[in-house]
Write a protein that binds this ligand. Structure first.
Ligand SMILES: Nc1ncnc2c1ncn2[C@@H]1O[C@H](COP(=O)(O)OP(=O)(O)OP(=O)(O)O)[C@@H](O)[C@H]1O
Ligand SMILES: [Mg+2]
Length: 458
């Protein structure tokens, strides 16, 4: 049940909203002020907070600030008095989900609440779906779509073609499909088409009988016999030669295979998952891939998007790989510094998740402290460009020149100096607008104002 907290210092308003929302089927609690609201939020799980802006004691905007610090994903809807559009703008800039203005329009209130709480439902749904795929990290909309698709198609016998750039996780997806299929207790047999020379490919796929060619010293089972009743994973399917494509097509049509040099055919029942980083449509146009084979394989086509199209997953992946490699290297679990994280968020990962994994692995290996600094990141393209003009020693963000200086100053001092430099740079960039600087630094106006005062800047 969706539960809403209504905060207003005016009792009649609280009662009005409570009656209205309870009638709509929501569970409602009320608080007469910000302090009481924060107490309730600590104890109870709410899906939404609706708060007046103008209140005695803590204002609605201050309450918003505290909520965003404690529970950034809890949506807050502001009630603004008659005509004070500035409050509304300010609230939106500081993370309010939306605002409703007095005098109330009941339909408007209802629709704002529906959109605020359904966004929450989507987040919850993404979390629960991704929990069914613990080995595939991701909660972005793109990954949630893939999880949904896997759930839908895995239990069917349909062949699946997974396509996407190198390093996007195609093999993980193929394994997940098998794991959620009805043949999970049968074998999942992978084969990498590009790794096998053409003259051996036929025997690898369909097996051979003893003596059928030099070196065939005994009968051998092929992929189709090994994966019978289970799943065969044909990786890099775009590399199959025309002859093998034709043979594979026949097997898919007839559901039977004949081993090399054999005379008897064997019935096989294999689900095929194929993967490629080529655009097979283009290969078909160029005459390099059989269209009829494509349709047999791609009963369900599944695209795994490149990492740069789902940057939201970068922090989760970083966390996952940090734990993995800290453990592997027997180090205390390391953390990514916020600068390093920022560098990663700006990077476009031509090598996708595999590249991110390598970057984190090297970072964990190279970093002697337990915070990974940008210097320990080895990015393939972007980094070399960046070091040449920006992050040299005279960068406005570089506070210490080396480890020695760092340890002589101490963390607090270095952090404070860094913060000061960043605040100054952001203020300069935004022509001394505090609102603008807060935006650039992605912190609230309130916290910017506090820090500016603390360091006596501007
Ligand atoms: N979403 C993810 N969560 C966790 N690890 C991932 C994810 N995606 C990829 N990886 C990791 O990245 C590496 C590359 O993934 P995978 O081999 O599945 O990619 P691929 O698309 O098959 O690449 P290629 O086309 O080069 O074969 C693997 O080590 C895999 O475990
Ligand atoms: Mg692969």
């Amino acid at each position: 049940m969706t539960s809403i907290l209504v905060v207003d210092d005016e009792r009649s308003m609280r009662d009005f909203l409570k009656i209205l929302l309870v009638k709509e089927g929501y569970q409602v609690e009320t608080a007469p002020g910000g302090r009481q609201a924060l107490k309730l939020i600590k104890r109870t799980v709410f899906n939404l907070v609706i708060t007046d802006i103008r209140m005695d004691g803590m204002t609605g905007l201050e309450l918003l600030g505290s909520i965003k610090e404690q529970q950034p994903s809890l949506p807050v809807v502001m009630i603004t008095a008659f005509a004070s559009p500035n409050d509304a703008v300010f609230a939106m800039k500081n993370g309010a989900f939306d605002y409703i203005s007095k005098p109330f329009n009941v339909d408007e209130i209802k629709s704002v609440i529906v959109s605020a709480t359904s966004k929450n439902d989507l987040v919850a749904e993404a979390k629960s779906l991704s929990a069914s795929f613990p080995e595939i990290i991701g909660e972005s909309r793109e990954m949630v779509k893939i999880f949904e698709m896997i759930k839908r198609i895995a239990p069917t016998p349909a062949n699946v073609l997974i396509y996407g750039e190198s390093g996007t996780g195609k093999e993980l997806v193929a394994q997940a499909i098998h794991r959620h299929s009805q043949v999970v207790d049968q074998d999942f047999i992978p084969i990498t088409c590009s790794a096998i020379p053409e003259e051996l490919m036929e025997s690898e796929l369909f097996g051979h009988v003893k003596g059928s060619f030099t070196g065939a010293i005994s009968d051998k089972q092929g992929l189709f016999q090994l994966a019978d009743n289970g799943t065969a994973f044909l990786d890099e399917i775009g590399e199959l030669t025309p002859i093998i494509q034709t043979k594979l097509l026949r097997v898919l049509q007839e559901r039977e295979v004949k081993p090399v040099g054999g005379i008897k055919v064997q019935n096989v029942n294999v689900r095929i998952i194929a993967a490629t980083n080529k655009i097979l449509e283009e290969e078909i146009m160029a005459g390099r891939f059989r269209e009829d084979l494509y349709y047999r394989l791609a009963v369900v086509p599944l695209r795994v998007p490149p990492l740069r199209e789902r940057k939201g997953d970068v922090p989760l992946l970083v966390d996952f790989f940090l734990k993995k490699y800290s453990r592997a290297f027997g180090k205390e679990v390391q953390e990514m510094s916020s600068y390093a994280m920022e560098v990663l968020m700006k990077y476009d990962f031509p090598g996708n998740v595999r590249e991110l994994e390598n970057i984190v692995e090297r970072g964990v290996a190279l970093e002697s402290s337990n915070i990974i600094l940008p210097e320990s990141l080895t990015l393939s393209t972007f980094r070399s460009e960046k070091t040449s003009n920006e992050s040299q020693t005279n960068s406005p963000f570089q506070v210490v020149a080396n480890e020695e200086e760092l340890f002589s100053l101490g963390l607090e001092e270095v952090m404070a100096e860094t913060e000061k430099k960043l605040l100054t740079a952001a203020l300069e960039k935004s022509n001394n607008s505090k609102m603008g600087a807060a935006d650039l630094l992605r912190i609230s106006f309130r916290s910017l104002r506090y820090k500016v005062k603390k360091y006596g800047i501007g």
